[in-house]
Ligand binder design. Sequence first.
Ligand code: TRP
Length: 468
Amino acid sequence: MSEGTRSHWGSKAGFVLAAAGSAVGLGNLWKFPYITGENGGGAFVLVYLACILLVGVPIMVGEVFVGKLAQKGPVGAFGDLTPRGSPWKLVGALGVVTGFVILSYYSVVAGWAMHYVLLAARGTFSGADTPEEIAAIGAHFGALYADPTLNVLWHVAFMAITIAIVIAGVQKGVERAGRVLMPALLVVLAALAAYAATLSGFGRAVSFVFGLHTEDLTGAGVLEALGHSFFTLSLGMGAMITYGSYLRREDGVVATSFVISGLDTGVALLACLALFPITFTYGMEPAAGPGLVFVNMPTAFAQMPGGSVWATLFFVLLTFAALTSAVSLLEVVASYFIDELGWSRPRAVAVLGVAILLFGIPSALSGGTELFGSGFSTAIAGALGQERGKNWFDGLDYLASNWMLPLGGLGLALFAGWRLDDVKRRAALSEGGTFGRIVPLYLGWLWLLRIVAPIAIVLVMLHAIGLL
Ligand code: TRP
């Protein structure tokens, strides 16, 4: 498609906000704290930061600029930039499948956030004083997790809203949402972290998140840190290729990638600083698993002045952060059918949205049914000859985040680093910024993309499966 007919961002800020909206989501506020808790804190955080800087940022630059160069989503971009029939297209196709899988369970967690908006607004999280009352706050999550009907209903509700926004199209839907909500989220999170700093457990929380406890780190933990650096930056499946494809020639990509990555990492660390002081102040477990944010934050809200208001605000913003991310996942999947198969936007979005919704139902049933929950994990454990398996929900998250995204990222790094024509690559990076013209910077990036990122990804994977 020519640049004239493809829709573009209304402004550069529109792109930054939408891309940041994609990056900042449940990954930062729900997943990062809980996997940090499970992996013992400090050392895991450090590996994660190294992955962001050495692998994530170079690949982010690569994705955005491949999208901008091709003016297409992942499949079209790999297809257009290579000769006909080239296997590179498969990397794009893997991305579309990955997006499909991730959104199917992402929507379930977003549904939990919506349920918590209602609970908070009803005043559920206020005025708890006795230990029994405080324990009762945490018990709400267990009840929700085990309720198949509620999980399915909220999952359907969240998918319906996501579908409606993506049908509205790039500028009207995606761009508008990011503009107001990102700043609001930052302000509320900073206020909650400031409150957390007054709690008695703050010191322990800081040393948990930033102290080095290398003995707690495992090969699986390193893989998880790598996988999460892709997940949290929305990399490895072409979301940033798709968003980059709505950029104009004159828009730069490098400074923007740094801003987005910095913002995303800042939000994740801030979330830990708001959350773990609560964990340690009230003697709760850092390794509480996927329920962490839904148990720990309400415990503090229940004792804060104006707790109901803070709680409602927090879960509303969590829901919106999830929404701007979900929108980017559905956008990638749908834009494949729009750009490559010529479907109309409403048709592509509705059909794929409903397919993802249906595929997500087992995830919504993983907490409350034997079939996709405990029975499923026992069967998986048996099949793999291991002691403990994962239920449907955890298994999909594990596969998609830890394997599919890093594989997609590896493909992108090799493609942008080795396959693309150097003259084109350099010219494209020089438009809208000075980066391509500053030789050491350009070569440094190229070296990270060609050598460091691919080797890191392969080593981490080999290590995780015990081959190293
Ligand atoms: N980055 C989002 C988060 O942290 C999730 C997400 C949105 C995503 N789009 C993506 C993850 C594309 C991987 C790929 O919640």
